[in-house]
Design a protein around this ligand. Structure first.
Ligand code: C2O
Ligand code: CU
Length: 566
């Protein structure tokens, strides 16, 4: 007979082997096929672009520090690229994904084996297409677990649940894109928001498919929430339940209990849901936060249901509906953002002294209509968008290749460190001339090891709105946000350099500013852009080139052999 002790050690050995096995699984090669699939939503059927026929797409699972390979096969009709949002990819911009920035599109029939290098990220991230508007349906979550042998900085949850917030158009999104690019106007707003691909009970023909989360009472569920919507910052909440936020953008936060969250496109939130209510059904719901109600937006509400397993009233009485702040409640939106603070492990790298300081305006602009066209922007103009008054023009060959192989004429250096003109950015009215940006392909070059501060100054040119600004290849600390014009002398005095949240996407408030700091220690070509898709299409972006450092482990990795041709 084995003693209890012997059993215990045998079990330990077994579970160690299991962990090893699972770990190997996580490092395996995956095959992803981008292809059209037929989906029915809102009483109509259409063909959408998917990965492996799934919407939302497959979950990518990894342990912190893993390297994972995904073979992306394009069996669709358009060029496509895939981006691993929030994965820093140390020294490896080759697999980062944004079209014309780090690669050209994978052509129909082509393949690209992407190497995804995880480092310090832990929590939830996501992947999405990064060419034209394909990301509307080509996206999915990434779950990054603590390394085997380590644990979460909170009690282990009983279950984990992806909550993917999306946006659905009845028409083909490529047509939505083509139309507003052609006319110079705004894109048609979406017809629904979705939770895990389903609009929910409040939309026609949707009720039977509503996503339901079946739960046991008095258990902790880890909600892995992703805002994969194209153009909407969202409020999300669960009826009768507070959420305990434990991570944002795959960096742990000091836990905070909150009745709702605000989440911008690109952002992720890990939140614990403790099922301590009476058995029954409770709605989870999401709808837009829209700081400026004069701008058209989808004002519908998506729902799913938390259903207690032992609830005998299930399905008989309608689920309780949660509190959501009103659409334009900026205080509620930023009250949540500003409540997030880093957990100790993410406080160590806060930049205290900067070597590079930049201020960049983020603006919606207008361009004159060309030739004999009629344009649908304000007063017959074409809408555009800019950073420091440069509306970015995508090159034909990607910037990474141009940089690596010294190809001339693809991009220019010298993205300005400051706005070209200082005026009252948050005024109500402007002379028309201020609305017209330059169109150019200008990048900002950073020395390896730079300690960078960027202040994003929102402007009310054309129409003020909040902008979720996302940086590839890095996370940054959000050291401050405020309303009005950034005051270079006064505002830095109140920066939080102690426990600022570590994120990859910062929401710049309407009529306000946000300041971020990061250490440029990742050589490569890294995109910086607004994650509202229409603003990205209009040119609200630029690129950082971080040069190689001195040591061999501070230099770019060589390109993979199968980079898609331009
Ligand atoms: Cu979600 Cu440029 O990325
Ligand atoms: Cu924007």
């Amino acid at each position: 007979m084995w003693s209890a002790k012997k059993w215990k050690s045998a079990l330990q050995a077994l579970s160690f082997l299991l962990v090893l096995f699972l770990h190997r699984q996580a490092s395996a090669d995956y095959n992803w096929v981008v292809k059209e699939s037929t989906y029915t939503r809102l009483c109509s059927t259409k063909s959408i672009l998917t990965v492996n026929g799934k919407f939302p797409g497959p979950v990518l699972r990894a342990y912190a520090g893993d390297t994972v390979y995904v073979n992306v096969h394009n069996r669709g009709r358009y060029n496509i690229t895939i981006h691993w949002h929030g994965v820093k990819q140390p020294r490896n911009p080759w697999s980062d994904g944004p079209e014309y920035i780090t690669q050209c599109g994978i052509q129909p029939g082509g393949s690209f084996r992407q190497k995804i290098i995880f480092s310090i990220e832990e929590g939830t991230l996501w992947w999405h297409a990064h060419s034209d508007w394909s990301r509307a349906t080509v996206h999915g979550p990434i779950f990054v677990y603590p390394k085997p042998g380590t644990s979460y900085p909170f009690p282990k949850p009983h279950a984990e649940v992806p909550i993917i917030l999306g946006e659905w158009w009845k028409s083909d999104v490529m047509e939505v894109l083509d139309e507003f690019v052609r006319t110079g106007g705004t894109p048609n707003v979406s017809d629904a928001y979705t939770i895990n691909g389903q609009p929910g009970d409040l939309y026609p023909c949707s009720k039977s498919e509503t996503f339901k989360l079946s739960v046991d009472q008095n258990k902790t569920h880890l909600l892995r929430i992703v805002n994969a919507a194209m153009n909407s910052i969202l409020f999300f909440s669960v009826a009768n339940h507070n959420l305990t936020v434990v991570a944002a953008d795959a960096a742990y936060t000091a836990p905070i209990s909150t009745p709702y969250i605000t989440i911008s496109p690109g952002q992720t939130i890990d939140a614990l849901l403790f099922t301590d209510q009476q058995p029954g059904s409770y709605y989870m719901a999401a709808r837009a936060y829209q700081g400026n109600l004069a701008i058209g937006f989808d004002n519908t509400t998506t729902t799913s249901i938390v259903e207690y397993k032992d609830g005998n009233g299930n399905g008989k009485t309608p689920p309780l509906f949660p509190y959501l702040p009103y659409y334009n409640n900026t205080n509620a939106a930023f009250g949540f953002f500003n409540s997030l603070k880093s957990l100790a492990i993410n406080q160590t790298d806060v930049v205290k002294t900067t070597t590079t300081r930049m201020v960049s305006t983020v603006s919606v602009n207008t361009l004159p209509c060309l030739g004999n066209q009629t344009c649908e922007g304000p007063n017959g103009t074409r809408l555009a968008a800019s950073m420091n008054n440069i509306s970015f023009v995508d090159p034909r060959v990607d910037i990474l290749q141009a940089y690596y192989y010294y190809i001339k004429g693809v991009y220019k250096e010298g993205f300005p460190d400051f706005p070209p003109l200082i005026f009252n950015f948050t005024a109500e009215d402007f002379p028309l001339i201020l609305e017209i940006p330059e169109r150019d392909t200008k990048v900002k070059v950073l020395e390896y090891g730079s300690d960078v501060e960027i202040v994003f100054q929102n402007t009310n040119l054309v129409a003020g709105i909040d902008h979720p600004m996302h940086l590839h290849g890095h996370s940054f600390h959000i050291v401050g946000t405020g309303f009005g014009n950034f005051d270079v002398k006064k505002d830095p005095l109140s920066f939080n350099l102690v426990d600022p949240p570590l994120r990859n996407t910062v929401t710049v408030p309407l009529s306000g500013w946000a300041a971020i700091r990061f250490k440029a220690r990742n050589p490569g070509v890294w995109y910086l852009h607004c994650h509202l898709e229409r603003h990205l299409t209009w040119g609200m972006h630029t690129v950082f080139i971080v040069k190689n450092g001195k040591h061999p482990n501070e230099t770019l990795l060589p390109p993979p052999p199968d980079m898609p041709p331009c």
